[in-house]
Each structure stands twice: as C-alpha cells, then as structure tokens.
Ligand binder design. Structure first.
Ligand code: CA
Length: 455
C-alpha cells in the first residue's frame, strides 16, 4: 500500500490541477471595431477631436500606440481579423466578399473562423454591426446580425446580448462593428455644433491633391486621383476624395469628427454599463479600427496606401488583468487580435497557424516585445492581385514596395509625415538593404510576387 501512496498523491494532485484548470475564470471578450477611424480621430492622440468617453476607456487600459492594420482596406482587414491570416493567405485581398466563402459554414476552412474557435471553447458568440464578409451567422456567430449605419440600436442590442449571457452564466464573445466614421457623413446638428466652423486644423502633410508617385496610387486604374468621389453624399455634398481645397477638407474633417463624437457617446454608454455592473472585472475589451484614413494627408482621401495615416490604427485594451494608464509603443499588428482572443478564451489551435502573436505578454510579462518589424499589404485593390503596395516597418524606418517596382524609404524619426523618400540616399543605404531583406523574406512567405531583382 505504501508503494501506491505516491501514485495516489500524484493522481490526486493531477485531479486537483485539472479542477483548477477547469475552474480558471475565462474572461468575456468584447471587440469594438470601428470603420475608417484615423488616429487623428481619437482624442488621446488629437485633442481637437472630442472623444472623451473613448479617451477615458483607453486611459483606463493600455493604449497600443503603434498598431497597424494587416491590410488598410475594409474587407481584407476584417477577413484578417476573423482568420488570423494576411490577405494573401486567406484570399480576400481587397473587397471581394465572395472570396471569404471557404471560411463560411460548410467551407473547407470554416474551422479557422474566430467565432467558430471560440464557440468550440464554450463561448456564446454575438455579432452586431458591419460585416463586409457576408452573414455573420455563417462564420460562427450564433446571435446578433449585420446592422446599418445607426450605432445607437447596435450598442443597445449588444448590451442586451451581454445581459442575456450574464443571466445564463455563460462566457461570451461579442463583436460590435459600428459604421462610423466611414462615409457618408451626416452628423446631426447636436454633434456638428460641437465643432465651430473652420475650427479643425489640417494635417501637416495636407495637399490639395496627391503627387503622381506610385506610393499614392490608391489602386484602381484610372482612378488614382478620384478614388472615392463616388462618395459625394456627405454633408454639404463634400467630396471624400481629392482634389479638395483647404475649406473643403476642413468641412469634410469637421463632419468626420462629428460622427466620431456621436460614436463616442455610444461607446461610453457601453463602458458605463460594463463598469457599473461589475462586468468589466471579468471582461477584456479590445477597441480598434479596421484601417486608418487620409483626411487630406498627401492630398488623399480614403485609405489603401502604406502611409501612416492609412495603415496605423487606433487601438487599446481595457478590462480584466489589463494595466490601466499605460501606453505601449510595441509594434502590433491587427493580426495579433486573433491569437490573443484564442489564448484568453482557452480555445484550441486553429487549422492554420495564425500569422500574428498573442498580445497577452504585453501586459502580463516584463519581457521585451519580440517583434522588430511589422508588415502590411494591400495588393489586390480592384479585385486583382498585383496592384498596390506592401510595407515593412520597424520602430524607425519604413520601406514600401509598389507594384510599379518603386521603393519608398522613410525615416519616421526625422520625417514622421513621410515627405522625403530616402531610397536613393547614401546615408540610408544600409537601412534600405536591411528592410529589403525583411520584406523580400515576408513576400516569399506570403507567396507574393518575387522582390524585383532589378532594384
Ligand atoms: Ca474600413
């Protein structure tokens, strides 16, 4: 009998650890994904825009100041969030929603879908807002629906979903995707009036229209200068695309900020509910945008380019276990959301390894964040591969390669507005070589076209 005691103890110990694991609290997971929100449209980066509620939530958590979209275009970016893969891996390289079919119910890659993974891990799943990937129920969400431009009923339905899951005692994964501040911009007077006419400033790199460099090609042949003039339906018929004089650009930005403030009130209402109900103590909230927005920088509207204004996104994390009042300048990709949520939710690994890395160590460990270079791509605008740009960016330098075989190298420490291409500058030759190597390796992994040998 004595001989068996250690075995018994070991078994008891094992049983206890299994019980501990099973009882470990898993947080509820909420993602608030805004649409086309520039980093100029969060008050914690730009005091000119009034987002007091978003700012308060951000300061109550950890702000990720160097977060980048895997692709600065709506559907490709959203498909990356839902699959954990770069566009050239998942196949939805621009806006062609049909390319997401393999990730829908019955599709060959359906098990990769984020909501499917978390549902398998025991989470109730809910989706409220803009999908751009088809019906959310077909890619793993069991509650909610695609909803229109009015974010008030969207946030109300999301709060109702939270109440129902609380009552049922189930952990939940909630995705809220408001349309603001995507065009068309029609702010009500109560929001517009908060911004005195001509009060908004223009970016330091504002231009009336873009230069002809391929860097500023927004991807659609023949539409380089007028990518989104189809969106003249904004307040006062102001165009979202160039050319725009200073007055027009200010009027557009004013409307854009006003709808952002309207959204801010809804986000704040949800934040109040989570805090006052105590729900936030067992919930982690991620706030991010699917891409940035030009707002006249480089003479552009829209996004789609590898400029900072287009590819860098507002992003913060708030809630259970996340330190308050912190800013991190770690290089983060929107692709990191997927493995982060799987880790927090205790989900099993997906069929295809995610391209990002879990952000949890950013707030649980004091180790240095290992990523030295972050990548983004937008190579399929117009529905065809081979039109566009890809980027390798480290903490200081950015290299962009266009499909016209042009390279652009920026020193963000001395040129944060990306106005001087140092590609031919001898003093930056070693940086060019280094980032070329990084980008060429990454392009091989993505099965992108080969790095041009002539460069
Ligand atoms: Ca978008």
């Amino acid at each position: 009998m004595r001989l068996r005691l250690p075995l018994l103890r070991a078994l008891l110990g094992l049983a206890a650890s299994v019980v501990t694991l099973a009882a470990a609290p898993r947080p509820n997971l909420i993602v608030i994904l805004t649409d086309d929100q520039s980093c100029r449209a969060v008050g914690y980066e730009n005091p000119e825009v009034l987002t007091p509620r978003i700012d308060a939530l951000a300061r109550g958590g950890t702000i990720l100041t160097r977060a980048f979209a895997a692709s600065p275009i709506c559907a490709a970016s959203r498909a990356s969030l839902m699959t954990g893969l770069y566009p050239q891996q998942h196949g939805l390289i621009a806006l062609q929603t049909a390319a997401f079919a393999p990730y829908r119910r019955g599709g060959a890659r359906a098990a990769q879908a984020l909501a499917v993974r978390l549902a398998e891990a025991g989470y109730a799943t809910g989706f409220f807002g803009k999908s751009h990937l088809g019906v959310p129920a077909e890619y793993g969400f069991s509650a909610g629906r695609e909803m229109g431009y009015d974010s008030a009923p969207m946030f109300a339905a999301a709060a109702e979903f939270v109440r129902a899951q609380r009552a049922a005692g189930r952990p939940y994964f909630l995705w809220i995707a408001p349309h603001e501040p995507h065009v068309p911009l029609y702010p009500e007077p109560e929001w517009l009036d908060r911004y005195p006419r001509d009060s908004v400033s223009l970016p330091a790199n504002y231009r009336r229209e873009p230069t002809a460099e391929s860097l500023n090609n927004q991807g659609l042949p023949g539409e380089r200068l007028h990518r989104d003039t189809g969106y003249r339906r904004n307040l006062g018929e102001v165009s979202a695309g160039p050319p725009r004089d200073e007055g027009t650009m200010r009027a557009f930005t004013r409307a854009y900020y006003a709808v952002t403030s309207r959204l801010d009130a809804e986000v704040g209402r949800l934040g109040d509910f989570l805090r006052k109900s105590g729900e936030i103590e067992r919930t982690v909230v991620f706030f991010l945008s699917d891409n940035g927005y030009h707002l006249g920088s480089h003479g552009l509207g829209n996004k789609i380019t590898m400029h900072e204004e287009s590819v860098r996104i507002p992003c913060f994390v708030w809630g259970a276990g996340v330190p308050a009042g912190r800013r991190s300048d770690a290089l983060v990709s929107s692709l990191d959301l997927y493995p982060t949520l799987l880790e927090l939710g205790g989900a099993s690994p997906p069929p295809t390894a995610p391209a990002g890395r879990s952000l949890v160590p950013l707030w649980t460990e004091s180790l240095p964040w290992p990523r030295q270079v972050v990548y983004s791509e937008c190579v399929g605008v117009g529905g065809k591969p081979g039109q566009g740009h890809r980027m390798a960016r480290d903490q200081r330098w950015k290299l962009v390669l266009s499909d016209a075989d042009e390279e652009f190298l920026f020193d963000l420490a001395t040129d944060p507005h990306e106005l001087r291409n140092l590609r031919g500058d001898a003093s930056a030759a070693s940086e060019l070589q280094r980032l070329r190597g990084e980008l060429a390796d990454w392009m091989r992994q993505q099965r992108d076209r080969p790095y041009p040998s002539t460069l």
